[in-house]
Design a protein around this ligand. Structure first.
Ligand SMILES: Nc1nc2c(ncn2[C@@H]2O[C@H](COP(=O)(O)OP(=O)(O)OP(=O)(O)O)[C@@H](O)[C@H]2O)c(=O)[nH]1
Ligand SMILES: [Mg+2]
Length: 334
């Protein structure tokens, strides 16, 4: 394990791939790896890219990475696919769209398909981000399809969240889920070569201004304009236009990522986000441990009996919890 960790820290691609596979497949391996690597993390700029299916996320990532590589930074990419765990169709497509990047030693691409719950995927993604961070990648880009909880999880894991939309997906206001604007630090209207791009840009800008904060947001979350300007931490969410297939608008997007990073650092937002993220992570692990402890100490038939009693209105849920906790306690005490 130690040799592998050392190789990962040196940025050896094969070691990185091997460790990620171990981390994905075993929670014990993940725990050991993260323990060893954690002191070396915290340097990468983690960028989440999300948006409607087919908006051009993978194409944007591909073009953006080429631009970033000209600045000589190393980029790790995680393509998260929560929708098609079996077909692998999207993943294959990603490989095709990102094939320009293969063979570049400064780029590492990893596809992750969901196994089990979204919570599991979020946890696995968080671990893989740490591995890439410790391996010295300057940027870690995480692509996810905008689908409810998954995108919120990614926004939570990222320093900067880029929401990518495309014109011509029906009524713009309808197609853009309200939630997506709440997590965006940067909005991108891709496929600006398509008719209707101007309209999409206009309606996005309008939505930003109609929102409760007049287009000014702190840490990608809604806050009142007064508090945002009071501490000088205002960030005006930009709306950028790109044509990813022609690599247009990528320099601007790369620059905006840098500006957002600078904003996070100068405003103290960086540390604030890191603290919030750390707390969520520790909380999630605590919940897991408590549940595991509980499940280990109460026999399934006891749990089942109690739950049936609750369903049959013989015991109320509060009493059931109290009884279960008492059993867990007494088991722990010996
Ligand atoms: N005209 C035009 N087509 C684009 C542009 N960017 C991407 N496309 C095309 O749009 C299609 C979808 O692109 P992807 O990059 O796979 O989109 P995605 O958002 O990653 O898709 P999923 O991961 O499946 O949700 C592909 O056929 C791309 O070639 C663009 O700027 N203009
Ligand atoms: Mg994609």
């Amino acid at each position: 394990m130690n040799v592998l960790i050392e190789q990962v820290r040196q940025g050896q691609i094969r070691a990185i791939a091997r460790l990620i596979t171990q981390v994905e497949n075993s929670s014990t391996a993940a725990e050991q790896a993260i323990e060893a690597l954690y002191p070396y993390t915290g340097k990468a700029h983690v960028v989440g890219l999300t948006g409607s299916p087919g908006a051009g996320k993978s194409t944007v990532v591909n073009a953006l990475v080429k631009t970033l590589r000209q600045q000589n930074v190393r980029v790790g990419i995680i393509a998260v696919d929560p929708t098609s765990p079996f077909t692998g169709g999207a993943l294959l497509g990603d490989r095709v769209r990102m094939r320009d990047l293969s063979g570049d030693p400064g780029v590492y691409i990893r596809s992750m398909a969901s196994r089990g719950s979204l919570g599991g995927l979020a946890k696995a993604t968080a671990s893989v981000i740490k591995v890439l961070d410790a391996a010295g990648f300057d940027y870690v880009l995480v692509e996810t399809v905008g689908a409810g909880q998954a995108e919120v999880d990614i926004a939570n894991a990222a320093h900067t969240t880029v929401v990518i939309e495309a014109p011509g997906m029906g009524d713009e206001i309808q197609s853009i889920k309200a939630g997506i604007l709440e997590i965006a630090d940067i909005l991108v209207v891709n496929k600006a070569d398509r008719p209707g791009a101007d309209r999409t840009v206009r309606s996005l800008k309008m939505m930003l201004h109609l929102g409760p904060v007049g287009g000014t947001r702190q840490s990608g979350r809604i806050s009142s304009p007064s508090t945002a300007s009071q501490n000088g931490a205002a960030w005006n969410i930009p709306v950028l236009e790109t044509v990813a297939t022609e690599e247009k608008g990528m320099a601007e997007l790369a620059e905006m990522l840098g500006k957002h990073m600078a904003h996070l650092r100068q405003s103290g937002e960086w540390l604030k986000r890191e603290k919030e993220r750390s707390w969520r992570e520790v909380e999630m692990l605590l919940q897991e441990r408590f549940m595991a402890q509980f499940q280990a100490s109460v026999a399934p038939e006891v749990r089942d009996g109690l739950l049936t009693a609750v369903a049959e209105r013989k015991v109320d849920p509060f009493t059931a919890v109290r009884q279960l906790l008492e059993k867990t306690e007494s088991k722990r005490k010996g």
